[in-house]
Structure formats: C-alpha cells, structure tokens
Design a protein around this ligand. Structure first.
Ligand code: SF4
Ligand code: SF4
Length: 148
C-alpha cells in the first residue's frame, strides 16, 4: 500500500504532503469573485512566479511573502474552506476519499505526467505581467473542456 492510501493528510510527513502536489498549476491561476454571489471564477491568467514549463513555483519558500494572495494550504483533512481548489487537485481528491488520478506523478513515477496528460495550465495560461490590468475579465475560463 502507498502512503497516500493508508495515511490521512494530517498524518503524512511534510515530504509526503508536498509530493502530493501534481504541479498542475491550477491553484496559481488568478481568480475573480462575484461581490454579489460570492461565486469564484478562474481565469487563464497565472501568477508571475510560476515556471510555466514545470508549473512549479519559482520561489516556493518565500511565496506567501512575495505574493500576498498566495494561499499556503494547511495540512489537515478538512478542506471545506478550500472550495476553490480544482476537482483534479490531489489534496481535494484525498480529502474527499477519492484515489489519485491515473496521471498523477506518484502513480506514474514520471514527474512530467501531469503535463503530458494535458492537465496542467502549461498549454493555455498567460502570466499576469503579460496582460493589462483592466483585461482580467476577458480571461475568465469556461472550465468545461479545460478541466479533466
Ligand atoms: S491545484 Fe492542487 S495539485 Fe494542482 S498545483 Fe495546486 S495544490 Fe498542486
Ligand atoms: S507564489 Fe508560487 S505558489 Fe503562490 S500562486 Fe504564485 S506561483 Fe503559485
């Protein structure tokens, strides 16, 4: 049995917890919130600190200092506050009692398998620095077709 099949999220070592991230980059997409409905919309605009080839943060240790909007996911089992996490996110899947996806690097043994499966934002995201401040709404995603 693999550790993610036997341990709860809050029982994992830091190394195990960190290895669960599949580097899809979806949580690094800029989100818009509707003031009236509180509904959250993902855009295809992504944080400037991401490396769009690997979808890894280029300054993970300092991320919350450098990007105040960056959310440090806490290691616990109850992800009810993280409703905005995409359905493919490994933390969400395990918190909901679901198995990891077949393309997850821990399952395939290949660090590039998320990108190769077309699940990462690599193929469509644009960086914040490359768009105008007033143009964000033009990048709201239609998740159907974008999310697996
Ligand atoms: S959405 Fe989840 S799996 Fe994807 S990069 Fe973010 S934390 Fe990692
Ligand atoms: S600081 Fe890093 S982890 Fe946080 S949103 Fe930006 S790229 Fe993602």
């Amino acid at each position: 049995m693999k550790f993610w099949e036997t341990k709860k999220l809050n029982e994992m070592t830091t190394e195990e917890w960190e290895s669960l991230c599949d580097n899809c980059g979806k949580c690094c997409l800029v989100k818009l919130e509707d003031d009236e409905t509180d509904e959250i919309y993902f855009t295809s605009v992504v944080c400037d600190l991401i490396d769009l080839d690997t979808c890894r943060c280029t300054n993970y240790a300092q991320r919350c200092k450098l990007v105040p909007e960056c959310i440090d996911l806490k290691q616990h089992d109850d992800f009810k506050d993280y409703t905005w996490l995409p359905s493919t996110c490994a933390y969400r899947l395990l918190a909901d009692g679901e198995p990891l996806s077949s393309w997850h690097p821990l399952v395939t043994g290949d660090a590039t398998s998320t990108k190769e499966a077309g699940v990462s934002v690599s193929s469509y995201a644009v960086k914040e620095k490359d768009i105008g401040d007033d143009d964000l709404q033009d990048y709201v995603l239609d998740w159907i077709g974008k999310i697996l």
